[in-house]
Ligand binder design. Structure first.
Ligand code: SF4
Length: 319
C-alpha cells in the first residue's frame, strides 16, 4: 500500500501557540492551570495537558479564586473576559490572533453602522466567542439557504465575518449568495481569513488527485478536520476522520492501493504516525509526501511566558 501524506498538515501556528501557553504557564506557575474549554479541539492534546496538571472547565464558575486561567484558542465572549476581571483571575488569553482579527473586523463594521452577518456553525466555541465580542446582534448563517431566509431589508448595509475553519469553497458560495441578495455588502476576501485552513484544504484537494481513499487525523469536534474529511468525500473518495491508529478499520482498505493521509490543524504528528503504524499491520507500506506550501508563520507568546523553557528545553537544560 502506498501512503501519501498531504503537505501541509497538522498543527497550525495558532494551535502551537495555545498549547505552548498552557505548557509554559504550568512550567512557570505550577499545576493546576485552569483552561476554559478544550484548549484546541483534540482529545489527545487535552488528555496530555491534563496529565501535566491542566484542568479543563466549561465555565469560569468552576475556577477557584485567584487560580491561573487560560482562555482557549477559539476565543471567548466579552462577558467571559469581564467575569474573569471581576473575579481577579490571572488570565493568559490563547485566542488565536487570526480569531482576534475577526473580532476586530466585527467591531469595526458594527461601529461603521453595518448590520453583521457571521458565516459559521451554531454552537461552535469560536462562533459563540466572536458573536459575544461585538456589541450588536450578529446574524448567523451557515448555508446559502440560511442567506435566503435572512429577514432583513435588501438594501441593509451589511458586513460579513466568518468562522476561521470553514470550507473555503462553501464560504465563497455563502458570500456570493449574500452579494446576490443584498445590495450593500462588504467583508474580507476568503483568502485573508486563515492561511492554515486554506493551505490544508488545498493540500487535500491535491491529495484527492493521487489517492483512492482519504484519511484525516483529527477529533470529531474539530471543525477544520471535519471539513478536510468532507472535502475528500465531495471529491468522490471514501474519506474517514480518525482520532488515531486504533480507529482504523481494515475493511476500508479492500482493493485500495493509494491512501491519502492528512491531519487537522489541532492534530499532533504522533497521531499521524500511529495511523501509519496501524496501516503497516495490514501489510507493507510505502510512505511519501506531496510537495506543498511551506508554512513559516509563528505567533508570539504573552510577554510573561516568553522566557519560560518548554518542557523539552527544560529537560535538555537539566540534563
Ligand atoms: Fe488560528 Fe487558523 Fe489555526 Fe484556527 S486554524 S487556530 S484560526 S491559525
Amino acid at each position: 500500500m502506498q501512503v501519501i501524506l498531504a503537505n501541509p498538515r497538522g498543527f497550525c501556528a495558532g494551535v502551537v501557540r495555545a498549547i505552548e501557553i498552557v505548557e509554559r504557564a504550568l512550567q512557570r506557575y505550577g499545576a493546576p492551570v485552569y483552561v476554559r474549554h478544550e484548549i484546541v479541539h483534540n482529545r489527545h492534546v487535552v488528555d496530555t495537558l491534563r496529565g501535566k496538571g491542566a484542568v479543563f472547565v466549561e465555565d469560569l464558575d468552576e475556577v477557584p479564586e485567584g487560580a491561573m486561567t487560560v482562555f482557549s484558542a477559539h476565543g471567548v465572549a466579552r462577558t467571559v473576559e469581564e467575569e474573569a476581571k471581576r473575579r481577579n483571575l490571572p488570565v493568559f488569553d490563547a485566542t488565536c490572533p487570526l480569531v482576534t482579527k475577526v473580532h476586530l473586523q466585527g467591531r469595526r463594521y458594527a461601529k461603521a453602522g453595518r448590520t453583521l452577518v457571521m458565516i459559521g456553525h451554531e454552537g461552535h466555541a469560536e462562533v459563540i466567542g466572536t458573536r459575544g465580542q461585538v456589541d450588536v446582534h450578529v446574524h448567523l448563517v451557515s448555508t446559502e439557504e440560511d442567506v435566503a431566509a435572512l429577514d432583513l431589508p435588501l438594501d441593509t448595509p451589511l458586513a460579513y465575518i466568518t468562522q476561521t475553519t470553514l470550507s473555503v469553497d462553501d464560504t465563497r458560495g455563502v458570500i456570493a449568495a449574500l452579494g446576490d441578495r443584498f445590495s450593500d455588502l462588504i467583508g474580507p476576501d476568503v483568502s485573508e481569513i486563515c492561511y492554515a485552513t486554506q493551505n490544508r484544504q488545498s493540500a487535500v484537494r491535491d491529495l484527492c488527485k493521487v489517492a483512492d481513499l482519504i484519511l484525516v487525523v483529527g477529533s470529531e469536534n474539530s471543525s477544520n478536520s471535519s471539513r478536510l474529511r468532507d472535502l475528500g468525500a465531495d471529491e468522490g473518495l471514501p474519506s474517514y476522520l480518525v482520532a488515531d491508529g486504533s480507529a482504523i478499520d481494515p475493511a476500508w482498505f479492500d482493493g485500495i492501493e493509494r491512501v491519502g493521509l492528512t491531519a487537522g490543524a489541532s492534530a499532533p504528528d504522533e497521531l499521524v504516525d500511529s495511523v501509519i503504524d496501524a496501516l503497516r499491520k495490514l501489510g507493507p507500506v510505502d510512505v511519501s509526501q506531496l510537495a506543498g506550501v511551506d508554512e513559516s508563520i509563528q505567533f508570539g507568546l504573552p510577554r510573561e511566558l516568553r522566557d519560560v523553557p518548554t518542557p523539552t528545553q527544560a529537560a535538555v537544560i537539566s540534563a
